[in-house]
Design a binder for this molecule. Sequence first.
Ligand SMILES: [Zn+2]
Length: 277
Amino acid sequence: MEWRGKRGSRNIEDRRGMGVSGAGGIGIVGMLAVLAFGYFFGIDISPVVNSVSQTQMSSGEQRELTAEEQQMGEFVSVILAETEDVFGQTVPDYRDPQMVLYSGATQSGCGGASAQMGPFYCPMDQKVYLDTDFFATMQNRMGAGGDLAAAYVIAHEVGHHAQNQLGILPRVTQMRQQSSERDSNYLSVLTELQADCFAGMWARNSAQDLQITREDIGEAMDAAAAVGDDALMQSAGRAVVPDAFTHGSSADRQEWFMRGYDAGNLESCNTFKAAGL
Ligand SMILES: [Zn+2]
């Protein structure tokens, strides 16, 4: 994959050098309350990373970004720009989302955010929140590294924004509020698998521009498997309980990414129709 030298997005809000004093008083209670409302649509890695770094939470110092962080910022910016091109051509009246880069913890329109929650999309302020250390966590602790693995995560979150623009997220959120926990989880899975499919659709349409290879697709497949609910439950030493899935199994996540990649259009990503809804 060749991303260097490509257009970067202007829709990046980089909070990484700011410290977290502006995040002010995010307690665990606040985070759980936010999670309970179900506004977060993300790559949930809390079973793997379940402790908030106290040093990161308490430091309010300004600091310089490391060379690695700067490069990561450039990479995210290019991938975001690629999603703007692709979703702009496929979603009617598409408006670009903002991408917030942060370190450790920050405040979002959906409440407090911390790195342990993984990247997520907040429909309330239409922003994607990403702690760029997540990509190192994916590589080192979940065995899913590589440029397209990281790009898949970004495109998945932007996919949630596309779902929001298409009116899917508001409908799902309303349906989930009127559902049993089990049905609500299932609706969440269908939403997440559709975002995976949108990410695959994006990869197909950016394949030429970014020179995406078969090897790259293999990285995205590994990442999709690593963030499957069954894989996350297993690596956390828990029993695998399908009724508790909120993002889909490893196999389902891989399948829907590939459906989007093979077809290259949004229509092939109707997980709700496929489930008979
Ligand atoms: Zn998601």
